[in-house]
Design a protein around this ligand. Structure first.
Ligand code: ASP
Length: 467
């Protein structure tokens, strides 16, 4: 007998079916036993009567979260037992046969509630149980739908999805790198990508024109609120574009995504308002302004763009550093100044950030596609010729062979989906997140490794200092 998903059972009244899943609850009504059985698709009420002795006796023993398989007839519920809130609320199964597939110990955490009040440590340690919770299951499904929507949308726009390496070289995105020792070249290290920035630009040099990927990015930052050491972006890049083209595509994609997947939500303003960095700081004292007209309305989405950021800012040592991305081009009217390294404090970048309800959900820019302009950026930051060659020689070299003008953006998937799902933080929309201080309580990572592993890598731990 094939297994039916619970959501499909209501269409088979009168038929004998097999369903399987987890025991939600069991309760007795006089002599009759009721069990709510749960699978990925829904909940079905099972009914056991004493006249069917074998099944009834087994049902008396089952406990919450046991995994069972049952066969029986789908029947209409009596009028007074109809539950209009669930898809299978009109029916129940009158069970003939029950098999226990696996038992469960008492759960270390309750999964019936939304779980917000349960301690993070226990939720993370037993994340595979925490994920049985309806809310988290729905978040993962919503996340899948969002990513699928993006893939379909960009596919229709002639983008192609291409993977880039995880073992790579340090990229200057402003954060600390995670590094990986290279056993075959003792004393050297790979870096995990902070983003596929350089690779995606090299795809443009390769003539691939419209690239996207949904990559994992890694940044070794100090714990701060809602950050994760690894997070997911929608990374995209296009050739022969101006700022307007990338913003138009991004905006159209977000509008279509909301209308398709979240029809109950309202976008406050279309086209998305554009605010200069200067105005944002003056008016909202923030470069990610929350422009919602009504902050109590959980279905209101106030997107806006922040543009015209300064390209450089002063470092503590009195030099210059980039504010967003060293690969960005200056706005067209400042390109001469950049090439001449003049009026540095006044140069504005082509960077655009997209903000949703006060959270930065992505950023991008038009890039320098000539070696000369890119080199100037590093010179302004005080990098010596050798350092520029050593770190970015490959980019400068690539730009010598016919690089098209190009630009892109990288919206953060975790943040976006958490806002759309009305979740207070991104850990609620990531299957296996880490704690605020970067630990995985379930796998117990990070952890020490064997002495032999370290030896192979030619690594010696100098001294362990406890925080
Ligand atoms: N690579 C940039 C980032 O991760 C985004 C971009 O400019 O495309 O922030």
């Amino acid at each position: 007998m094939i297994r039916f998903l619970i959501k499909d059972t209501a269409k088979h009244v009168g038929e004998k079916l097999k369903v399987s899943g987890w025991v939600n609850v069991r309760r007795a009504h006089g002599k009759i036993l009721f069990v709510d059985l749960r699978d990925i698709s829904g909940v079905l009420q099972l009914v056991f009567v004493p006249s069917n002795k074998e099944a009834y006796e087994k049902a008396e023993k089952i406990r919450p979260e046991w995994v069972i398989e049952v066969r029986g007839q789908i029947v209409k519920r009596p009028e007074n037992m109809i539950n209009s809130k669930i898809e299978t609320g009109q029916v129940e199964m009158s069970v003939d046969e029950l098999n226990v597939l696996s038992e469960s110990e008492t759960m270390p955490l309750s999964i019936e509630t939304d779980g917000y009040d349960i301690g993070e440590e226990v939720r993370m340690k037993y994340r595979y149980l925490d994920l049985r919770r309806e809310r988290l299951k729905n978040n993962l499904i919503a996340r899948y739908k969002l990513v699928k929507f993006i893939r379909d949308f960009l596919g229709n726009e002639d983008f192609i999805e291409i993977e880039t390496p995880i073992l790579t070289k340090s990229t200057p995105e402003g954060a600390r790198d995670y590094i990986v020792p290279a056993r075959l070249n003792p004393g050297t290290f790979y870096a995990l990508p902070q983003s596929p920035q350089q690779y995606k630009q090299l795809f443009m040099v390769a003539g691939l024109e419209k690239y996207y990927q949904i990559p994992r990015c890694f940044r070794d930052e100090d714990p701060r609120g809602d950050r994760q050491p690894e997070f997911t972006q929608l990374d995209l890049e296009m050739s022969f574009v101006e700022r307007e083209d990338v913003m138009e595509l991004t905006e159209r994609m977000f509008i279509s995504l909301v209308k398709t997947l979240y029809p109950n939500k309202k976008i406050q303003e279309i086209p998305f308002p554009r605010i200069t960095y200067k105005d944002a700081m003056e008016k909202y004292k923030s470069d990610r302004p929350d422009i919602r007209k009504n902050k109590d309305n959980k279905d209101l989405l106030a997107f806006c763009w922040v543009i015209d950021f300064p390209f450089f800012e002063k470092t503590d040592e009195g030099g210059w550093t980039f504010t967003h991305n060293p690969f960005s081009a200056a706005k067209p009217e400042f390109r001469e100044d950049l090439l001449n390294k003049k009026n540095i404090e006044k140069i504005l970048t082509s960077q655009y950030d997209i903000v949703l309800n006060g959270s930065e959900i992505g950023g991008g820019s038009i890039r320098n596609h000539t070696a000369e302009a890119l080199e100037k950026v590093f010179e302004i930051m005080g990098y010596k010729k050798e350092r520029i060659q050593q770190n970015f020689g490959h980019m400068l070299e690539a730009f010598k062979y016919g690089a098209p003008p190009h630009g892109g953006i990288a919206p953060g998937i975790d943040r976006l989906i958490s806002i759309l799902q009305n979740e207070p933080n991104i850990r609620e929309v990531i299957a296996f997140p880490k704690t605020g201080d970067g630990r995985d309580f379930m796998m117990n990572a990070p952890s020490e490794v064997d002495k032999k592993q370290l030896e192979e890598l030619h690594i010696k731990i100098a001294k362990k200092t406890k925080k």
